[in-house]
Design a binder for this molecule. Structure first.
Ligand SMILES: Cc1cc2nc3c(=O)[nH]c(=O)nc-3n(C[C@H](O)[C@H](O)[C@H](O)COP(=O)(O)OP(=O)(O)OC[C@H]3O[C@@H](n4cnc5c(N)ncnc54)[C@H](O)[C@@H]3O)c2cc1C
Length: 578
């Protein structure tokens, strides 16, 4: 109980306090970017005893880190590219996250690999999976997921009756892990704040403080207040994913690392559209396609195409959607149509630019650089290995600080909500009785909040109307909407419907049917008047309409132009180089 008493909140008051604190004394480190990499860096630095600030221009995780396939995995296809070290590292992280760091947020997930070639394919895939499973063992840990198994076509069909009989000859099933990527970032940030990090969203870095060549801090625009402040820091970390080059431009000079964007889209369909007890992985000509179980839904993706347009709101076009449908339909006995699609999202991979023009061949490994004194840049990598990326970036920070800094200890730091999770899970029936909620609801809450569930239940105790589900998105309780604002850093309706919950991709109405109710629930914790409630609903509606329309367009350019037609509720500023 005591361990979780002190978990930091990320409410509006805490945001103001964090910005104020960042303006007062020189920090050891300031991190630009509140995606998984920036969040990981903030936690790594704070737990080494450094003073830390983190600035995010939009909502936490609103960039790539809420738009991934949501897998914590080694990546079977890197094995095929013989990149064993990358796979081993990722699988060791998988074991650590599953068993120690975030057992409440990271879960095992099975995949069926249908075999289509008689003869060579089973031994080939089987040998790969023997290696995948054995690379997954790490010092002091078990793999955290069951091992793979070979299946005849008949047994595979029992697991996945949705598969078309003639589409495959047999199958192999293996296990990986999955995570709610946006919630995970927010949880890492709450953990970092608990260890003393100051974190603020809607706070954009618009320039650098310099002392000659040396970077000595950043200039920040508080986008909510319209004010500007200077944050002094001994080291600045650029963790801005696909915006890395923009920050490099702000500091001037030629960067050593270039990052370019590759778009990947996913479709969300209701669970009953594909009758299967397991996820499915399919080979495509360029890469792989996953069919991933996601609560009462399936997530299907992804694509891999170059993207040079708007990076804040990458748009999925009709061609992207058709590509995914076409590939998944190759193996389904009842094909999916566009009418089955509840949600669509697109994300941008931050790829280190290399010689090869084909994005699917660019490196997934990360790089740390010190482009000018006082600035560390971390780029590339993937979600699964964020902790390793963060460790390497903070090692570079430590080097620049010229003082003894203890080694990274995040491999031993459970995230907020992890402590006591197992015991609470085992008591879920008792919790259901005492709270009056159904046990399925308690399970859902435990898998989103872990042992922080008490904080949500307290809200319900104070106001029993919060125990009701949202009318139109009944996976979520009204209390979860309030909690997103008071504790989880949500500042706008879109933050809540797209990232703290996933109503915007999990319902056919894409959140429009609950927007008014959710905005009204947010009014009190965020201090909105009736005018602001109306504005929030209007902006959200415009966003959804623009997204829907962009998904009818054939090309990226047309889709992007339409998506850009929906204004931002808090527009970002034009940066201002020194
Ligand atoms: C389609 C797709 C599927 C993927 N699937 C997986 C997967 O299943 N498993 C896996 O391990 N990896 C996966 N990845 C990769 C993974 O999602 C990314 O590597 C990771 O999320 C990148 O995180 P990041 O923190 O570097 O970037 P981001 O999450 O984009 O964060 C960068 C942040 O910087 C902020 N920022 C930019 N400029 C400024 C500024 N001036 N001031 C303040 N803040 C600023 C942005 O707003 C943004 O929030 C996938 C990626 C994609 C696109």
């Amino acid at each position: 109980m005591t361990a979780r008493m002190g978990t930091a909140r990320l409410g509006p008051a805490e945001r103001s306090a964090a910005l104020e604190q960042m303006g007062v004394a020189e920090l050891d480190v300031v991190v630009i970017g509140g995606g998984i990499v920036g969040a990981g860096v903030a936690l790594d630095a704070a737990t080494r005893g450094l003073s830390v600030g983190l600035l995010e221009a939009r909502d936490f995780a609103s960039g790539t880190s809420s738009r991934s396939s949501k897998l914590i995995h080694g990546g079977l296809r890197y094995l095929e590219q013989l990149n064993f070290d990358l796979v081993r590292e990722a699988l060791q992280e998988r074991a650590l996250l599953l068993q120690r760091i975030a057992p409440h947020l990271v879960r095992p997930v099975p995949f069926l690999f249908p075999l289509t070639h008689l003869g060579w394919e089973r031994p080939y895939v089987g040998a790969g999976l023997v290696m995948y499973d054995s690379l997954g063992f790490s010092f002091g840990f078990t793999r955290g997921v069951p091992g793979h198994r070979h299946l005849s076509r008949r047994r595979a069909l029992r697991l996945a009756p949705a598969l078309r009989r003639t589409a495959f000859s047999g199958a192999v099933q293996y296990w990986d892990a999955q995570v709610d990527d946006a919630r995970y970032v927010m949880t890492v940030l709450r953990t970092a704040a608990t260890y003393g990090a100051h974190v603020a969203s809607r706070a954009q870095v618009v320039g650098f403080l310099r002392e000659g060549e040396r970077v000595t801090g950043v200039r920040v625009r508080d986008l909510e207040a319209g004010t500007e402040l200077a944050v002094r820091a001994r080291q600045v970390v650029n963790a801005t994913g696909v915006w890395t080059d923009d920050i490099q431009e702000l500091v001037g000079g030629r960067g050593q690392i270039h990052v370019r964007a590759s778009k990947g889209i996913h479709l969300v369909v209701p669970r009953d559209r594909i009758h299967s007890l397991t996820g499915i992985i399919l080979r495509t000509e360029k890469s792989v396609l996953f069919v991933i179980p996601w609560g009462r839904h399936w997530i299907i993706g992804t694509t891999d195409t170059r993207w040079d347009l708007d990076r804040a709101h990458p748009a999925a076009s009709r061609s992207d959607i058709d590509y995914v449908l076409e590939h998944v339909n190759e193996v389904l006995s009842v094909p999916l149509t566009r009418d089955d699609v509840e949600g669509v999202y697109a994300g941008l991979r931050p790829l280190l630019s290399g010689e090869s023009e084909e994005t699917s061949k660019l490196s997934r490994e990360h790089v740390v650089a010190h482009p000018v004194p006082g600035l560390v840049m971390i780029a590339g990598g993937k979600y699964t290995t964020y902790r390793v990326m963060a460790r390497d970036a903070v090692d570079a920070v430590a080097h620049g600080l010229d003082q003894r800094v203890p080694p990274s200890c995040t491999d031993r730091i459970p995230l907020a909500g992890a402590e006591g999770y197992q015991a609470l899970w085992n008591s879920r029936h008792r919790m259901a009785q005492s709270s009056g909620l159904h046990v399925a609801r308690i399970e859902h809450l435990l898998q989103r909040y872990g042992s922080l569930i008490d904080e949500v239940l307290v809200l319900i105790e104070r106001d029993p109307s919060l125990a009701r589900p949202l009318a139109g998105a009944d996976d979520y309780l009204r209390a979860e909407i309030v909690y997103a604002a008071t504790h989880e850093g949500a500042r706008h309706l879109n933050d809540v419907l797209a990232r703290r919950t996933h109503v915007s991709i999990e319902t056919f109405h894409r959140g429009l049917a609950v927007a008014q109710e959710a905005a009204e629930l947010l009014a009190e914790p965020l201090g909105w008047d009736a005018e602001q409630v109306k504005r929030e609903v209007e902006y959200y509606t415009k966003r959804i309409e623009a997204e829907r329309l962009s998904q009818e367009q054939d090309t990226d350019h047309e889709a992007d132009a339409i998506r850009l037609g929906a204004p931002e509720i808090v527009p970002v500023a034009t940066p201002d180089p020194v």
